[in-house]
Design a protein around this ligand. Structure first.
Ligand SMILES: [Zn+2]
Length: 131
C-alpha cells in the first residue's frame, strides 16, 4: 500500500507544482502548448482553456485527496459496489478507481446497452416456439 500512497503523493506534488508554475506565467502562456500561430483574438479562448485545465487538475487533486483519505481509513482498494478487494495491479494503474474490474466491466456493459436503440421492442415475435 505504501507504493500506491507514495504514487498518489507524487502525483499530488506534481499537480500542485504545475498549478503553481502556471499561475506564475501569464494567463496566455497556455497557447505555448497549442502552437505559436495563435493570435490575440484567441486570448479569451485560451483563458477558457486554461480554466478548464485548472478545473481538471482540481478534480484530480480532489480524487487524490479522497484516495489518500481512504488509505488512512483503511477503506482504500475496496470495491464500492460489491465490497471485494481491488487488485493491486489495477490500483497502481488506476489509483482513483472505486470499482473492482468485475463491477467496472458490468457498469460499462450496462451503459453500453443503455445507449443502444431498442430495436427489439417492436418485434412481436412469431410462432417459433415457447422459450
Ligand atoms: Zn466490485
Amino acid at each position: 500500500m505504501e507504493e500506491i500512497k507514495q504514487k498518489l503523493l507524487d502525483m499530488q506534488k506534481s499537480i500542485l507544482a504545475d498549478l503553481e508554475s502556471d499561475r506564475d506565467r501569464s494567463k496566455t502562456a497556455i497557447s505555448g502548448d497549442i502552437g505559436d500561430d495563435i493570435d490575440y483574438a484567441n486570448e479569451d479562448r485560451n483563458r477558457e482553456l486554461y480554466q478548464l485545465l485548472c478545473e481538471r487538475d482540481q478534480i484530480k487533486l480532489e480524487q487524490i485527496r479522497e484516495a489518500l483519505d481512504a488509505i488512512e481509513d483503511k477503506t482504500y482498494g475496496v470495491c464500492e459496489d460489491c465490497g471485494a478487494k481491488i487488485g493491486k495491479k489495477r490500483l497502481i494503474a488506476l489509483p482513483f478507481t472505486k470499482l473492482c474490474i468485475e463491477c467496472k466491466n458490468e457498469e460499462e456493459r450496462t451503459k453500453g446497452i443503455g445507449k443502444m436503440p431498442e430495436i427489439t421492442t417492436s418485434y412481436t415475435g412469431s410462432d417459433t416456439g415457447e422459450l
